[in-house]
Design a protein around this ligand. Structure first.
Ligand SMILES: [Zn+2]
Length: 463
């Protein structure tokens, strides 16, 4: 076991040179062909492990006729059916607490995290000791790329209670050799700001909305602007924000640093992670040695080539997760991938999350994500605001054109300006997306706000 782990998991102090650009240069800059070889070898081993230990995969292999021992290349994986959120929920009902896919016995599991349960019962994940080590490793790779080094004082501002970015991030920070300050979102903004000042924190991680809130409250709580806090790196994820140039700029100005970085991982996917490097041209897949990523067309389930600019649903297969491994798991996240080389030297592809597969529409056989409409409308700012909704007559994904798009316009526009704006947006959508749209402009505040987030796609009978 430890022999196979040796090159993949580094320890602080393995290399005395903290000036190196990558936490684990061998893994992070491995040539693609060599990585593919490593993935193939690990995949074979891991499928054999699933066949032996996971009841869910024993059943899936049997039902589909997939023979894990017969796998010759990664391409053969296409014959294995997907695993879905429903598999996990059903499995946890019948086999609590972790579900039918659990592959390590209870006496090998040393940690539990759970999803927030915002869309149903929380789903629990168990970690074996090796899973914790790889999670530490993946966090260290990401943080190192943000410029975090031993000696840095790192505040974990994520929720600590059960959350997969709580305690796991704390131990990841310790694994890197930096100083873990486990404040947690539970401490609220005021308490967190005081600890940041007293501990002279240099790095902060958490959700972008919390970072924005800290910036707003700093003057009031501490009597200094956030730029005087001394934070050199502000990063995290868990929601959209840190990847958006406008928010990056805002945070750069507020905290007086250009090291504003985004992180993306899905709770069930750990230790698989994506994170910015200093160039912020999409988030690197930092752990191709821990999980295989495929892109699929969410409607047909067909694999899409991993080409620059490709968009599709992100599915992953763990290559060595022991406790709760998943194979060909559908995350529902839609990625746009970038495959051109990055100046940082990391070889994994890069990506941004552009939507959820649930939001995908099919218009005359063409897949369309609401994010594509958002990006066209974004070209009409500030006259058109970013607040918009796609209005369907009946539930998607199939939609008969014209596509109804409701957009809030800026205050103070006259009738002629509004007519021009409407025509301009309709024309741009047709030109760029080959979709006929019917734009309805509404005054500021015309799209209902909810306590959570505004739905991008709604169903509303035509009046
Ligand atoms: Zn890079």
């Amino acid at each position: 076991m430890h022999q196979t782990l040796a090159p993949e998991v580094r320890n602080a102090g393995d290399d005395a040179d903290d000036r190196r650009a990558h936490w684990n240069p061998q893994q992070e800059t491995m040539p693609a062909a060599q990585m593919r070889e490593l993935q193939t070898r690990k995949l074979k081993q891991h499928l054999a492990y699933l066949a032996q230990h996971s009841a869910l995969y024993q059943r899936k292999f049997a039902e589909s006729g997939f023979d894990p021992a017969g796998l010759r290349s990664i391409e053969d994986l296409v014959h294995l059916p997907f695993t879905t959120k429903a598999d996990l929920r059903d499995g946890q009902e019948s086999h609590p607490p972790f579900g039918l896919h659990q592959a390590a016995p209870m006496d090998k599991i040393i940690r539990v995290t759970s999803t927030a349960g915002t869309t149903g019962r929380p789903v629990f994940q168990g970690y074996a000791r090796e899973d914790v080590m790889r999670r530490n490793e993946s966090i260290a790779r990401g943080l190192w790329g943000f410029g975090v080094r031993p000696g840095d004082r790192v505040i974990n501002g994520f929720a600590l209670s059960m959350f997969n970015a709580g305690i796991p991030f704390c131990t990841g920070i310790e694994h890197l050799g930096a100083i873990d300050i486990p404040v947690g979102a539970e401490r609220k903004a005021e308490g967190m700001l005081m600890v940041a000042r007293d501990m002279k924190a240099t790095v902060w991680i958490g959700t972008p909305s919390f970072a924005g809130f800290l910036a707003e409250k700093c003057q009031e709580v501490l009597g200094i602007p956030p730029s005087e806090l001394g934070l050199r790196v502000v990063c995290g994820g868990g929601e959209s924000g840190f990847e958006q140039p406008a928010f990056q700029k805002k945070m750069e100005t507020a905290f007086g640093t250009h090291h504003i970085y985004d992180w993306a991982s899905t709770s069930d996917a750990h230790p698989n992670v994506f994170a910015h490097c200093e160039h912020r041209q999409g988030k690197h897949h930092l752990t191709p040695d821990f999980a295989l990523v495929e892109l699929i067309d969410p409607a047909s389930g067909k694999i899409l080539p991993m080409e620059d600019g490709a968009e599709g649903e992100y599915i992953f297969t763990h290559l060595d997760r022991r406790a709760c491994p998943l194979a060909r798991y559908r995350t529902g996240d839609i990625l746009r991938v970038y495959t051109k080389p990055c100046a940082c030297g990391r070889t994994g592809f890069r990506m941004d999350i552009v939507g959820r597969s649930d939001d995908m529409l099919i218009i005359r056989g063409v897949n369309l994500f609401p994010s594509a409409i958002q990006s066209v409308v974004g070209g009409f700012a500030p006259k058109a605001s970013a607040r918009l909704q796609i209005v369907l007559d009946q539930p998607g994904p199939k939609v008969e054109p014209p596509l109804r798009v409701r957009i809030e316009h800026a205050p103070g526009l006259g009738a002629a300006e509004l007519a021009d704006l409407r025509a301009g947006i309709e024309q741009a959508i047709r030109a760029k997306l080959t979709v006929t749209a019917k734009v309805e402009l509404v005054p500021p505040g015309g799209i209902a706000r909810t306590e959570t987030k505004t739905r991008l796609v709604i169903v509303e009978a035509q009046s």
